[in-house]
Ligand binder design. Sequence first.
Ligand code: ADP
Ligand code: MG
Length: 651
Amino acid sequence: MAKETFEFQAETKQLLDLMVHSIYTNHEIFLRELISNASDAIDKLHYESLTNHELLEGDTAFEIHLSTDEAAHTLTISDNGIGMDRDDIINDLGTIAKSGTKAFLEKMKEAQQSGDKSTDKDLIGQFGVGFYSAFMVSDQVTVVTRKAGEKQAYKWQSAGDGQYSLEECDKPKHGTTIILQLGADFYGSDKDENYTDKDALASLVKKYSDYIRYPVTMEFTIKEKPKDADGKPIEDAKEEEHVETRTLNSMQPLWTRNKSDIKPEEYKEFFQHQFFEWDDPMEIFHTRVEGSVDYTALLFIPAHAPFNLYYSDYEPGVQLYSRHVFIMDKCKDLLPDYLRFVKGLVDSPDLSLNISRELLQQSRELKLIGRNLEKNILKTLSRTLEKDREKYETFWAEYGKSIKIGVYSGMMTGENNVDKLKDLLLFMSSNDGKLCTLKEYTSRMKEGQKKIYYATGKDKEAIEALPQMEMLRDRGIEVLFMTDPVDEFCVEGVHAYEDHQFHSISRGDLDLEDSEFKEEKKKNEDLAKSNEDLLKDMKEFLGEKVADVRLSNRLKSGAVCLVADAAGPSIAMEQAFAAANNPMFKARRILEINPQHQLFAKLQAVHDAGKDAPSFKDYCTMLYDQALLLEGILPDDPAAFAQKVAEMMAK
Ligand code: ADP
Ligand code: MG
């Protein structure tokens, strides 16, 4: 087949452009990227060969080999990994799929738009920018590759100018060879960066790729005097040249080393590179356990939650290794879903390489390791909460939602997370606008207070403005503010803390314990009797909209409010469901009227004029609409509402 020419996908072009015209000083990371791709390719072949040994074609000595040609100004990186077929090449080398690279592009654009040049060179070192980084140092990149198990090899070539060519070729060994035609600044002993200098290359491998699990080898030509039988150089002999193949990396994975020997930068570098992260991790867990199951785990909590953490396209999970050999990426059955933000890996000789992923995911060993790690993480979190509140609140801001979802989703999946998680929960308090734990709330509850009061609303200001808040504020009763739709589901899940039940100030009865409240309540009950007709007629007129109309015990200066029946979802929950396009869950709305308010007397007068009179109907509608507005819900007919208000104002 003849040579074909292709255009790179638009985003790839942008990235290439950045690489070719880069002003970055950290060019050297290209080597790390190409070596790590080679290592990934060997991992893949190794994994596939477990079930299909033929793929190895008899070549079991995995290796990444570097070679240089000073005269031709080339640097070549070869591996005997999985290789690529034609489709792989077009998909993998012609487009950008990896999220890290995409995120990199976005950050670059941001930095450029803000005119902040200083971040440019940092950025490139922080991201795994992948294969295209080769163009930082090359005028031309040639990839010769053959997929293991297939006959046809291909040659891909590009000068990084928006196009690449592809043609068939021969390659006896499976795997990939990448030949970099180095740019003029990157070869020759007079250059600061000379990528044909073997010693320089060796130290780069040591610096960035030491823990790569396969040998990275290079041939060195050694000139030395021949040795005698004892291995001592013979003094007056002439120097002889010979070629020696050296392995440049120690191949010891970071996680297998002693914690005390690992520098913070090494953890950071590893985290960023292995998991395509660009910030420092917020928390690092490095544990080695020997017991009924042996394992080493290196887990991280990233500094920031990914934007899609709660969307279905987010793939949680940690990497699995067995005896340092990669088994799988993103195993999501290890940790519970509420820890979906944890990244990292587990390496255990007890995880079998030779079983299917499905069986592996159900294995007893995996479950045991998972439970231990979950305990560890929770212990660390509660210690942080105790010892370093500020840090915990930072954690909470990023991942609190995940923990809250964990509490209530556990109810549905049957795993009860409440006891594990309830003391990790934080809610904003009406006391000081700060976050508090449930323990803190209950420890400062008022004498005789039995319930934990909470209010829902879109933010602190909206909740504080709720007419129901006034009475509680007057009595100095602390209220927890639930501003995230998941909050209320979460407390439903917790149900009670230290025997104190949660109680929404907008649901059911307020149920305060003091005698003043009880007296008021009694008075209202009597009033309700004498106004039975009024309440009944209002309810009848409002029809489907409300489940009931009552006199309120929770209002002070407010005229009306809308609450939900204690049985069934709250209004906030209903709204959350509606926002998620699930209008099935409906709150049973109760309109409450404040008999102390002067409007009440007016309402009685209007009602006396007849329940079918237009003015009574207007009052009903408007009171209901007002109550909706207080909950942040638009009236059913906003235009009619505005019109009525205008009319009344004109009176
Ligand atoms: P990433 O490694 O994060 O996926 P890269 O830009 O580094 O992104 O590489 C893009 C893709 O090209 C890889 O995912 C892989 O499919 C393919 N690739 C790159 N180098 C090799 C190689 N040496 N052997 C096989 N495939 C490779
Ligand atoms: Mg890569």
